[in-house]
Design a protein around this ligand. Structure first.
Ligand SMILES: CC(C)(COP(=O)(O)OP(=O)(O)OC[C@H]1O[C@@H](n2cnc3c(N)ncnc32)[C@H](O)[C@@H]1OP(=O)(O)O)[C@@H](O)C(=O)NCCC(=O)NCCS
Length: 136
């Protein structure tokens, strides 16, 4: 199996984002207003896109969004590979901090990468979130 992580245009993340994260919503729901300013990464297995994530940097603070692995490829370590790559890239960009809106049930997953939950929680479209952050 040939695994590769590549930087990709925002548009290439859309189908996976929608299918994995918001299958009940139209494609327009998963397009972010600042996608054009993001850095997008895709993990390919034998040239098939299986996992995506997007990084946004502003004033030395990074946010990552829309980490999604194709349903049938989950639990194989691809999300972890991509997140590790993303954290290395964020470090290369010399950011002080990285944060994300984590789905509440994914908190423990992010803790393994050094993220800590903040006190900020919210609900969007019926989904509970907690803001998590990691300092470099
Ligand atoms: C969250 C998400 C991106 C994780 O992607 P993934 O590719 O499944 O991630 P991994 O395979 O690296 O890790 C998932 C779990 O499998 C475990 N795992 C990693 N490699 C594994 C392997 N080779 N064999 C078995 N399990 C493995 C991880 O430890 C992790 O366990 P945990 O959930 O108990 O922490 C994926 O579940 C997803 O797309 N979910 C829907 C969208 C979503 O919720 N996105 C995140 C929004 S905050």
């Amino acid at each position: 199996m040939n695994k590769k992580i590549r930087q990709i245009p925002a548009e290439e993340t859309y189908a996976l984002r929608q299918r994995v994260m918001w299958p009940q919503k139209p494609l327009t729901f998963i397009i972010l207003p600042n996608d054009a300013h993001g850095i997008h990464y895709g993990l390919y297995v034998d040239e098939v896109l299986v996992s995506v994530v997007s990084l946004f940097i502003e004033n030395k603070i990074a946010q990552f969004r829309k980490l999604a692995t194709d349903q049938k490829e989950q639990q194989k370590g691809y999300g972890s590979m991509l997140l590790t790559h993303l954290l290395n890239c964020a470090e290369d960009y010399k950011v002080n901090k990285i944060w994300c809106n984590a789905r509440l049930d994914k908190q423990d997953f992010y803790k393994k990468f050094g993220f800590s939950p903040t006190n900020t929680r919210f609900n969007k479209a019926g989904q509970d979130y907690v803001i998590m952050e990691k300092y470099f």
